[in-house]
Design a protein around this ligand. Sequence first.
Ligand SMILES: C[S@@+](CC[C@H](N)C(=O)[O-])C[C@H]1O[C@@H](n2cnc3c(N)ncnc32)[C@H](O)[C@@H]1O
Length: 190
Amino acid sequence: MSNGYYKTEVSVKEYIKLAKDVNGAELIEKLKPFLSLNSSILEIGSGPGSDWEILKRRNNKVVGSDNSKEFLNHLTSKFPNGEFLNLDAVSLNTNLKFDCIYSNKVMHHLTDEELVKSIKKQSDILNAEGIICHSFWKGEGSEIFKGLFVNYHEKEDLFKFYDPSFEILFLDFYTEFDKEDSILLIGKKK
Ligand SMILES: C[S@@+](CC[C@H](N)C(=O)[O-])C[C@H]1O[C@@H](n2cnc3c(N)ncnc32)[C@H](O)[C@@H]1O
């Protein structure tokens, strides 16, 4: 789905300001037991780069990515030594392979059909027994919010989408703003 809000300099600056105190530190803590220190990690939808920075503190081989040129400009100027790719979450068009793929509040911008395509592609670009870790907004249906497509999910849908390609290691609610408004999924490539 096209998401105009992430594509202009003004709105990207606004998002970075609004999200300055938000990061995935707690999610990354949950992911750590499943990753070794030398695992290579691809982050999808790095946006402001807060999670990329936390991941990078522990693992050397962390590649960030986004499909917004504005966010990529921000990432490369804020982290000049970082590695960032222009990647769309659905096509994930890269020849690189990773031990882990991480995203925090990105996959909800995909329709169910796009999510299924992305999951297959994620499996293709992961090494054997590779790990995925993604967060979602919990709920039913979808809406357009600030010009952004937002797809809500329940645990059962996520299990159905991921189970063909991934063994689910962790699937549970967590609280971002309202009680249990989010879901974290961690899985291992089958
Ligand atoms: C809600 S922000 C989250 C950013 C960051 N993960 C965080 O937690 O602050 C969503 C990010 O995903 C990116 N994004 C949205 N749809 C995408 C897609 N189809 N492919 C790649 N990135 C996408 C946006 O450009 C934006 O940087």
